[in-house]
Design a protein around this ligand. Structure first.
Ligand SMILES: [Fe+2]
Ligand SMILES: [Fe+2]
Length: 146
């Protein structure tokens, strides 16, 4: 039996302060976890799920970059470049996968999972979230007490 790949788990402590983006992050985790399930059961759906993920990522990056612009987050250009760089790598993997290199699937899944974990939960996304929460506190000092 194939070893079960470790799943991503969203938790409310990872909230970025925007419901819309939290929902999208949850959905992204759901899709990547679904892809892992498809891989483990050797389902033919895997390629369709990769396509779903890449479409949804495009939509998510756009939503996130719009919000970063609205709140005038100073790190938004850097953040945008991280999204771009990721998309390039993802497309490279997909090309290899589609040209029949089946072993690519596991590497791709691990790459996606680890990137999402680092980007969404640890590094870039918490960056604008902290900036936003700080600016909210400045405008409304009482909110520190709640
Ligand atoms: Fe994000
Ligand atoms: Fe992001």
């Amino acid at each position: 039996m194939m070893q079960k790949i470790k799943r991503l788990q969203w938790d409310s402590k990872f909230s970025v302060g925007f419901d819309e983006l939290d929902e999208q992050h949850k959905k992204l985790f759901e899709i990547i976890n679904k892809a892992m399930g498809a891989y483990e059961t050797q389902s033919k759906d895997l390629i369709g799920i990769f396509t779903e993920l890449s479409d949804y990522l495009g939509y998510h990056f756009m939503s996130e970059e719009n919000i970063m612009a609205e709140i005038r987050y100073p790190g938004r250009e850097q953040h945008h470049l991280k999204h771009q760089e990721f998309i390039k790598k993802f497309i490279g993997f997909l090309d290899d996968y589609e040209s029949g290199k089946d072993k690519i699937a596991l590497n791709l899944l691990i790459f996606l999972r680890d990137w999402l974990f680092e980007h969404v939960l640890k590094n870039e996304d918490p960056g604008y979230s902290k900036f936003y929460k700080k600016s909210q506190n400045k405008e409304n000092p009482d909110s520190k007490l709640t």
